[in-house]
Design a protein around this ligand. Sequence first.
Ligand SMILES: Cc1cc2nc3c(=O)[nH]c(=O)nc-3n(C[C@H](O)[C@H](O)[C@H](O)COP(=O)(O)O)c2cc1C
Length: 309
Amino acid sequence: MIELGKIKLPSPLVLAPIAGYTDGSFRKICVKHGCGLTMTELISAEGIVRTNKKTLDLLAFSDGERPLAIQIFGRKPEVMGRAAAIVESLKPDIIDINMGCPAKKVCGSGNGAALLKDPDLIFRITESVVKSTSIPVTAKIRIGWDDNSLNYLEVVQALEAAGVTFITVHGRTRAQQYTGLADWDVIKEICAVSKVPVIGNGDIDSYEKAYEMMEFSGCKAVMIGRGTFGNPWIFSGKTPTVPEIIEQVKEHFDFMVEEHGARAIHMMRKHIVKYIHGIKDAAKARGAIVIATGRDEIFRILDEVEKSA
Ligand SMILES: Cc1cc2nc3c(=O)[nH]c(=O)nc-3n(C[C@H](O)[C@H](O)[C@H](O)COP(=O)(O)O)c2cc1C
């Protein structure tokens, strides 16, 4: 058990929000493998207050995904406060505010990482969310908009003053998108001065590296994104056998069908390719999986992968 302010987590290894990947099915699987906290993908505050059906679907979660944070994004303090009150009624453990999404669609309208340009607005948004709810509020930031505006210390101060419980720092600028390396030195610098606990994020691709980041930077917990793709065992440090991998893919598939219905097959392809990557002779199965159209067919291909490994 670790403590991040008023929040207790069973492990310091946290699942990152990844739009299109970290849905309820994957969150449940990561918790089974020892993940300490899961997070929904970014969800529009405007969509929440307008009760947009697709937006509300993204808010769904089950108890098997706890502890869980719902991540919201927006730039209007009043709308963010109203959205937070609605989100609180669903009883997540945390409400997280997205201040790092680099996508044009999101930043173009002044949301996500675009907020980093305006620490005063960050304060007002966060304060509005904190005042509208009684559950812990957290924020996920990047270290700045670009190399010429590394204003992370100012942003961290604004978040502390507004009352966040912890801050997740992805050690890249918006301009970097997902290229280059995450700057662990900056994460270390922020940990040294932040009054609230920091979760470090960026480029963790193994269990060992997760602990390396904590040791190096002094962060209390770490968040893992792309390193979880096809590898929920990253949370336990276990190396799975091929039969364990195939069994996990099948369970994931069935969770996805339950969660998404007919869309599941299409959505599951990217996961399967990641799970079987590295298994001997599995490259041959990839083509067949990408065009397979039914559960039986996919499970038969997976059985063949297991047999020929
Ligand atoms: C496809 C994709 C979607 C993402 N979606 C979100 C999101 O919805 N909210 C968010 O805060 N970060 C999002 N991120 C950023 C990740 O949470 C994480 O900060 C980033 O991938 C760096 O961590 P990693 O090196 O462990 O992957 C996304 C990243 C990727 C690659």
